[in-house]
Ligand binder design. Structure first.
Ligand code: NI
Length: 267
């Protein structure tokens, strides 16, 4: 387990930008244009609901650093459970972890996923670097393609393993831009592609959280047989609104997250 939250997030960030070059560029662009130190609102992690690698195995790393479980989510069409975690120090990023309900997939897809996870040494889930250790199994392009036909999420976890799926710029902490819509304009002017599923902005003041995201970068993945260019990770942007008690809303909005998941769609 990590000694500090900052060590853990430093490891997660380095791994993330190594396969998401656009996030590195956007981070620099927003810092320069808005004269800000970029604050990370949250990260998201993905896994399968198999005992050996389930959500609780990932969450244990955060709980050990003082995080607390704050919310539960169900994404029925994508067959996912999710939880969010917050740290008592409000300056520390929130964490959103989801897991795919593997038994709701076809027998063929279940078989592929079980074979991947079986290749893993069960002890690695408690290694310091587990949350950014990537893939622990051999995967053929054929099996990746079969999973992709059924679940983009299953294919993503199979290909990328354990690492941050996205980081999130806190729009509230940008100095010279107040609105998410203006962040989106800046990004589009700079040539970045936004996820338009459910509209460029998901949510809004009415649900206390507005979110947008880039479409995932596309990078070359070496499979056990061939290599192919596939979606990696994306960058998210979040603007939070105050609740009736005057505090910023800290939760997530399931209807918006449902569309954000599609930022790693292959098509
Ligand atoms: Ni997110």
């Amino acid at each position: 387990m990590h000694k500090s939250v900052s060590d853990l997030f430093a490891g997660l960030w380095l791994d993330y930008v190594s396969i998401t070059p656009s996030a590195y560029k956007i981070h620099a662009l927003l810092a320069e244009k808005t004269h800000s130190t970029i604050v990370n609102d949250h990260i998201a992690l993905r896994t399968f609901d198999i005992e050996k690698v389930g959500l609780s195995k990932l969450a244990a790393h955060f709980l050990a650093l003082g995080y607390e479980h704050k919310g539960d989510y169900d994404f029925s069409s994508k067959k996912l459970n999710a939880k969010h975690f917050e740290h008592p120090d409000a300056n520390v990023p929130k964490v959103f972890i989801s897991e795919l309900r593997v038994k709701e997939l076809s027998v063929q897809a279940q078989h592929i996923i079980n074979q991947l996870v079986e290749q893993m040494d069960p002890s690695v889930v408690s290694d310091d670097n587990f949350l950014y250790s990537g893939r622990h199994w051999q995967l053929s392009n054929g099996d990746y393609t079969k999973l992709l036909l059924e679940s983009e999420y299953a294919a993503w976890v199979a290909a990328w393993g354990f690492r941050a799926n996205h980081f999130t710029v806190s729009v509230n902490d940008l100095n010279t831009i107040a609105e998410l819509a203006d962040v989106n304009i800046l990004l589009k002017q700079a040539g970045f592609t936004l996820n338009t599923s459910g509209g460029e902005i998901k949510g809004g003041k009415d649900v206390l959280l507005a979110q947008s995201s880039t479409m995932a970068d596309r990078v070359s993945m070496q499979f056990s047989d061939i290599s192919q260019t596939i979606p990696s990770c994306f960058y998210e942007f979040a603007q939070r609104y105050k609740t009736a008690d005057g505090e910023y809303y800290k939760g997530f909005v399931a209807a918006s997250a449902d569309k954000i998941f599609e930022s790693t769609n292959a098509a």
